[in-house]
Design a protein around this ligand. Sequence first.
Ligand code: WQD
Length: 344
Amino acid sequence: MSDRIVVTGGAGYIGSHVCVELLSRGASLLVIDNFANSHPEAVTRIQEIANADVVLLERDMADPAHKTDIVKAVKDFRPDGGIHLAGLKAVGESVAEPARYYSVNIGSALTLIEALEAANARTIVFSSSATVYGEDNANPVDEAGATAPTNPYGRTKYFIEDMIKDIARSDDKWRAVNLRYFNPVGAHPSGKIGEDPNGLPNNLFPFIAQVAVGRREKLSVFGNDYPTSDGTGIRDYIHVSDLARGHAAALSYLHQQETGCAIDVNLGTGVGYSVLEAVAAFKRASNRDIPYEIVPRRDGDIAEIYANASLAQKLFNWRAEKSLKEMCADHWRWQSQNPDGYTD
Ligand code: WQD
């Protein structure tokens, strides 16, 4: 791959793994990140792992005062396309601060689109989420599933998907894929990069990992009264390295398209695991106890969702390969080697 790709949010959890994957395929990268929920050390480690340098621009994709610099840097980089990962992603926070979420997430997407148009590089892969699906779809959920996000974060993802489709309909030079991630977990096998959430983790795997490494006393299991095998929530956990390969596969697919397109594609394994199954798998992988307490359900959670991932297989010749055991082993290696995440 000789592509020249702009990666917004490239220092983040997903972004760092996407950068490693693209660099390993010979791509040249411009990484734009404001380090609001990521760390400069991640960029250093990306370059160590891939034995390749990236061009780094520390700017805020959502700050109007930074737009001129961003557009100029993107034009000067002469990209073939962009991957948009920058944004706010905490569901609970989005309920408390909806205006900020709409402003940051939609604003940052528009800035990248404007920059890519200025650079005449109308190819984009957008980091969307299975959160756009409602709770009434039958599992496995395919891309035709009803979209009814239940929180502002999910609605920003849904609105940006439609914004990209509108832009592609207005200008057939645009080629776009909205990747609907299910639940990304795990870490690069080196243990050098991984998930390092600010403050109290919102998500299950980073919380379990912090309990295993002794940073947290116990896990709160949000409800065991769901209509599932063991009463706890079921999700489609996908290894972040498989997810990163999916981004490279999506870019390759877009570069082969003669005319414009804008499609939604699930990235999941097609297999669901419950909270307690994930806890048991992590215990086996880490050989650490994971104390937990059953507490009431978390508002907004759904009982069960897992992907129909056949469209990605059909279009990109991509499928998730790593098992839950590998997800837990790799997540644990990152957490045990970096008990406090990326530190100054
Ligand atoms: C998974 C399961 C919880 C934490 C969200 C976003 C999605 C994406 C991933 C950003 C559920 C249970 C969790 C805990 C628990 N985020 N749980 N105790 O809610 O499926 O998806 O995060 O891109 O867009 O919607 O992921 O990891 O928060 O929850 O019992 O401390 O674990 O109830 O069943 P979720 P999650």
